[in-house]
Design a protein around this ligand. Structure first.
Ligand code: FEO
Length: 392
């Protein structure tokens, strides 16, 4: 795709990756993604913000065809989907200097072998004059690496935010046209990589509150012509109270755990609690991550296999522990054949979750009346706790 004009002398460049389905060999990308770079031509200096994946440099090269001089390349984030082509850009423009945060410099030297003399490091709040345009660099660490920063183009009130506010969507829309679709994709992105750092990201949001922003230009997905939409969404995800929602990842091998799950969900619904269930044998793990953003309670459903939880449940529990959602309660339900240490093993896997553990319900073999009664009591307890906490 050719470069696209955002405003006079400001252009989108990059690559729309319609076919990519996995990021970091981990994160599902059901809607593809894009790697956005931006060119700003000031009256005196020209700057490229970020780049594209290493193997996509040729695409960027075509877009840069008519750019005879580049004074600066800015790397807002050292991860290779944005920095991978920077060594090639610097080869094409040997006089260009690479502007980074102080932390990013070492990371880019390690990751990409960029020589030290290429760098200019900027401190938090430092500005760079391009002549008639001015870039201000604002440190916004842990979105989702420690070195991340954003850049604010003062005269045009554009925030170049890199991963911050990004969404993995391949689209020909330069700007967001369908906010509901982008909301889901951005929430998925937040849930998968930023949720564990939400306390720091909250401070970053507070830091940006004093800036007059008319456009947010992220490095994945379309630009935001109405920044309050995505800023308010992040505020809710980060700092809003958990919702009246039970998230229930589970596996069943011979249908006993499934019977428990079905009964339990019905009991919760009757008591006014919403539920999102995820069969870990088939689920898109990103959907589970999205649900965890809002969960008031997590209930894990697992059979006992090889004396412990099912391996797929181990994966789900590891993920939940790593993502550190704001859920306040947790329980476990499931079936076993003759014994095992399912509860102890799972409980030991979630030290990061600051939750109150509610008495698990495990049954031997197929669930009987007493087990269904115990599940009903568990549902009642959760409903009462959600009410007590005022979860909506
Ligand atoms: Fe889009 Fe953290 O890279």
């Amino acid at each position: 795709m050719k470069a696209r004009k955002i405003k006079d002398k400001i252009y989108w460049m990059g690559f729309v990756d319609w076919d990519r389905r996995l990021f970091d060999s981990l994160i599902p990308l059901p809607d593809g993604t894009s790697y956005n770079a931006y060119l700003i031509e000031g009256s005196e200096k020209t700057v490229l913000i970020d780049s594209v994946e290493t193997e996509l440099f040729d695409e960027l090269l075509i877009q840069l065809e008519n750019v005879s001089k580049l004074d600066y390349v800015v790397s807002l984030h050292a991860e290779q989907d944005h920095s991978g082509s920077i060594p090639y850009v610097l080869s094409r423009y040997p006089d260009a200097k690479l502007i980074t945060s102080s932390k990013a410099k070492g990371m880019l030297m390690d990751l990409l072998g960029i020589p030290e003399q290429s760098f200019i490091t900027v401190s938090d709040g430092e500005t760079l004059s391009l002549g008639d345009k001015t870039l201000e660099f604002i440190y916004t660490p842990w979105v989702h690496w420690p070195e991340t920063m954003v850049a604010y183009l003062k005269e045009d009130k554009i925030l170049f935010s890199c991963d911050f506010f990004g969404s993995h969507i391949a689209t020909t829309d330069l700007y967001v046209t369908d906010e509901a679709r982008v909301y889901e994709a951005a929430k998925r992105y937040y849930a998968e990589i930023m949720m564990p750092f939400r306390k720091v990201i909250k401070k970053n949001l507070e830091k940006l509150a004093s800036y007059d922003i008319t456009i947010i230009a992220p490095s994945h997905g379309p630009l935001y012509p109405r920044p309050s939409f995505i800023i308010d969404a992040h505020k809710d995800w980060i700092d809003g109270p958990p919702k009246n929602l039970v998230v229930l990842p589970y596996i069943s091998m011979h249908n006993s755990t499934k019977k428990m799950v079905d009964f339990f969900i019905s009991a919760l619904v009757q008591k006014g609690v919403r539920v999102e269930q995820f069969n870990l044998a088939v689920t898109d793990i990103g959907k589970l991550a999205i649900a965890l953003v809002d969960a008031g309670t997590i209930v894990i459903g697992t059979p006992t296999v090889l004396a412990g939880p099912h391996p797929n449940v181990v994966y789900g529990a590891f993920l939940a522990n790593a993502l550190r959602p704001k859920a306040q309660f947790l329980s476990i339900i499931g079936s076993y054949g003759w014994g095992g240490k399912t509860v102890e093993i799972l409980a030991g896997m979630i030290p990061n979750l600051k939750v109150e553990v509610i008495e698990p319900v495990l049954c031997k073999g197929r669930p009987a009346d007493a087990d269904f009664q115990a599940l009903d009591t568990l549902a009642e307890t959760i409903a009462a706790k959600h009410k007590e906490q005022g979860f909506k």
